[in-house]
Design a binder for this molecule. Structure first.
Ligand code: 2AM
Length: 168
């Protein structure tokens, strides 16, 4: 199972992200469907299904208080070719949560890469770069009350992110 922990934006935040994204012109790439917009907290990759119960039980012990995060930056990563909205300031509770998830996964002996967490919402994939005319920097405040374990499934109709469990 291809798994990741993430943050699920509420409907108003999704609308705000879409409104900002709709103002972008000249983007070449695959638009991430609105329903798929999310912030990855920890990418786990392939996990054997028989590891799931232990992972969920371990995640039960992670404290999670509501926090807000301001999406105020747009950027492009050349290697994965994604255009994203990000948060310049990483609030401490969000960082703690990402760190706790990482520690939990490591304690479960799940292999992780060691890249630092960069909170972002991917807007476009297979993209060639930032458009020349950006509609000004975004400022979208998002409140998160919990975190979600997702299974990423590739289907004939595109990728689906199925929530397997939510923690508040
Ligand atoms: P993204 O967060 O930049 O959009 C499910 O595939 C999610 O995990 C996506 O949101 C994706 O990127 C992220 N993801 C996919 N492969 C990854 C990898 N090798 N390392 C880190 N994150 C990855």
């Amino acid at each position: 199972m291809r798994l990741f922990f993430g943050l699920d934006p509420d409907p108003a935040t999704r609308r705000a992200i879409d409104t900002w994204r709709n103002a972008l012109t000249g983007v070449t790439g695959k638009r991430v469907p609105t329903a798929n917009l999310h912030l990855t907290l920890l990418f786990l990759g392939q996990v054997a299904p028989d590891r799931l119960t232990a992972l969920r039980n371990a995640a039960d012990r992670i404290p999670c208080r509501p926090f807000s995060l301001v999406l105020d930056e747009v950027g492009y990563w050349r290697k994965p070719r994604v255009l994203w909205l990000g948060a310049r300031d990483v609030p401490t509770p969000a960082l703690r949560l990402a760190q706790a998830l990482r520690a939990t996964a490591l304690a479960q002996a799940l292999p992780l890469d060691d890249r630092a967490w960069r909170p972002h919402v991917t807007l476009y994939r297979s993209c060639h770069g930032l458009p020349d005319d950006l509609p000004g920097n975004p400022r979208i405040e998002a409140v998160f009350n919990g975190f979600t374990l997702y299974q990423s499934r590739s289907t004939d109709h595109g990728v689906h992110y199925d929530p397997l469990a939510v923690w508040h």
